[in-house]
Design a protein. Structure first.
Length: 355
C-alpha cells in the first residue's frame, strides 16, 4: 500500500539490511513514522554549504570545500556561523519503489541549528530518490548558538514512503469533516493553513527571540540552561510584532492541530509573498500528535527567521501550512503514547535543553 512507512515497516527494513549502520540501530531511534539518524565520529569544517551534484560523491567534493577535520569522540563545539559536514552512522540501500525525505528533529529546529541531509549524487538537500544506495551526511550550521556535539547524537530524522502519499485538498476536507484536524475553522489550500498567535488567552508573552551573544549549549543536557541566558521574552498588548532581519524567533500557532493515527504531516513554509520570513526549520508531525487518543490538540511551534526587511506580523496572520500524508499502515506506537514525546500537548515551548 502506498504511503509513509510506519515503525514496524522500518524494523523490517533494518532486519533486511536496507537500513544499516556502523553501530547497532537503537530501538529509541525508531519513531512512529520516521527514523532518527545519528552523528558519526568526525566532522569537517567546510567553507561553504554544497551539494555533491549528479554523478558525484560527497567524499570527492570534500577536497574542494574542507578546511579541517574534527574528532567528535570526546565532544566538540560547532561554532555559530560556521558550516560543518558530519558523516552519519546510518547508510541506506533502499528497495525499488521507496524514496525518502529528511528533516531536522524538533529540538534541533528550536535551537536554530540549520541541519540538512546531504547524499551522493545529490541535487537537493533532504531528498533521497527511489532506490538510493549510499552513505548519509548531515550539514550543520548553528545560526544562533554554538553547540557541543558527540557521536550518536540525533539531529536529523528520515521519513520513508512508497508512492504518492500526499492528500489533496478534497481528501483533506473529507478527513477534517470526519475527524477534526484543527480547532476552529479549517483553512485548506494546498494543505491545512495555520496562523500565528499574538493574543494569548492569559498574559502578554507571545514568544522568544534568541540573544546574540551566549554561551555554548551541550545538546545532551536536558533542562540545564536558564532560558533567560539565551532568549529575550517578547510581549505585546496589541496583537502585533515587528520581526528584525536576521533575528530568530520562537512563536506559536493560534490553532491546535491534530494528526490522526493513520496519517503523518509535514510543516511547510507559506508562500513567500506573505512576507520575507521562514516559519519552520523542523517540520515532521508524527501520527498521534495532538490526537484524542494521545492528547487534546497541540499548537505548532513556529521557528521564524526574518530575512530582507523588518516585517510586521499580526495576530491571526496565516504563516504556514501542514501537508498531510497517509500512512501505509497504522504505526504500532503513536506519538505521545508509550514513547518519550517531549512536545505532546504543547503550547509556546522552547527546546528541551532550557528551563
Amino acid at each position: 500500500m502506498n504511503g509513509v512507512l510506519p515503525d514496524q515497516a522500518l524494523r523490517v527494513l533494518i532486519a533486511n539490511g536496507a537500513i544499516t549502520a556502523s553501530q547497532p540501530i537503537l530501538p529509541e531511534q525508531i519513531q512512529p513514522a520516521s527514523l532518527d539518524l545519528r552523528l558519526g565520529q568526525s566532522a569537517w569544517r567546510v567553507r561553504a554549504s554544497f551539494l555533491s551534484g549528479r554523478d558525484r560523491l560527497v567524499s570527492e567534493r570534500l577536497a574542494d570545500f574542507e578546511m579541517h577535520r574534527m574528532d567528535l569522540s570526546g565532544g566538540a563545539v560547532l561554532e555559530k556561523g560556521c558550516v560543518y559536514l558530519v558523516p552519519l552512522m546510518e547508510r541506506l540501500c533502499l528497495p525499488k519503489g521507496l524514496d525518502a525525505v529528511a528533516n531536522a528533529k524538533s529540538s534541533t529546529g528550536r535551537l536554530d541549528l540549520l541541519t540538512r541531509l546531504v547524499t551522493d549524487n545529490g541535487t537537493e538537500f533532504d531528498r533521497l530518490p527511489e532506490g538510493y544506495d549510499g552513505p548519509l551526511y548531515a550539514e550543520i550550521c548553528p545560526r544562533s548558538f554554538s553547540v557541543l556535539v558527540r557521536p550518536g547524537m540525533r539531529l536529523n530524522q528520515l521519513r520513508l514512503r512508497q508512492g504518492q502519499a500526499v492528500l489533496d485538498d478534497g481528501e483533506l476536507r473529507a478527513l477534517h469533516a470526519a475527524e477534526p484536524l484543527v480547532s476552529g475553522e479549517a483553512l485548506i489550500d494546498e494543505g491545512l493553513g495555520f496562523s500565528v498567535d499574538l493574543r494569548p488567552e492569559s498574559g502578554d508573552l507571545v514568544g522568544y527571540r534568541a540573544r546574540p551573544h551566549t554561551g555554548v549549549i551541550d545538546l545532551d543536557r536536558i533542562g540545564a540552561y536558564p532560558a533567560r541566558d539565551f532568549w529575550d521574552t517578547l510581549h505585546t498588548d496589541d496583537g502585533s510584532l515587528i520581526l528584525d532581519p536576521g533575528a530568530f524567533y520562537i512563536l506559536v500557532s493560534r490553532e491546535a492541530v491534530a494528526i490522526p493515527p493513520d496519517y503523518a504531516a509535514e510543516m511547510s513554509p507559506y508562500l513567500a509573498m506573505v512576507g520575507e520570513f521562514r516559519v519552520h526549520y523542523a517540520g515532521f508531525f508524527d501520527p498521534g500528535f495532538g490526537h484524542g487518543v494521545a492528547g487534546q490538540g497541540a499548537r505548532g511551534v513556529l521557528e521564524v527567521r526574518c530575512h530582507e526587511a523588518p516585517f510586521a506580523l499580526e495576530h491571526g496572520q496565516v504563516v504556514g501550512r501542514l501537508v498531510y500524508e497517509r500512512m501505509a499502515e497504522r504505526p504500532e506506537r503513536l506519538y505521545g503514547t508509550g514513547i518519550a514525546s517531549n512536545y505532546q500537548g504543547q503550547g509556546l515551548k522552547l527546546a528541551k535543553q532550557f528551563r
